[in-house]
Design a protein around this ligand. Structure first.
Ligand SMILES: [Zn+2]
Length: 109
């Protein structure tokens, strides 16, 4: 019998461990983008990774390009002029596209 890791919730001022079980919640503050027009949010797993989003986005899948951790991200209007970010650990499989030198033909039917 394997021991499952316990789902935890981490506040916005606390560092988050790199490996958390799915469903774990990490809260982060957001910053207004310089010059306005969007939000900057630091990734929970790597503080040198950020995401930038507009004010209209409320739900998205966030992927850390460094470690490939995936999160269900919810951006919450705190009604005080600021926004909070809730990351829920997803461990979702994904495949990123790659740029090719020239367009490729589809496989024949
Ligand atoms: Zn990461």
């Amino acid at each position: 019998m394997t021991e499952e890791k316990k789902v935890i919730e981490i506040g916005p001022d606390k560092p988050a461990p790199l490996h958390l079980p799915p469903g774990s919640i990490i809260w982060r503050w957001t910053e207004e983008m310089k010059g306005g027009g969007g939000l900057v949010i630091v990734m929970p797993c790597h503080e040198d990774q950020i995401i930038v989003t507009d004010h209209d986005t409320t739900d998205a899948t966030a992927v850390c390009l460094f470690c490939h951790n995936t999160y269900d991200l919810t951006i919450l209007d705190e009604n005080d002029g600021g926004y909070g970010a809730r990351f829920v650990v997803a461990h979702r499989q994904f495949i990123l596209s790659l740029k090719t030198g020239k367009p490729r033909k589809r496989a024949p039917k």
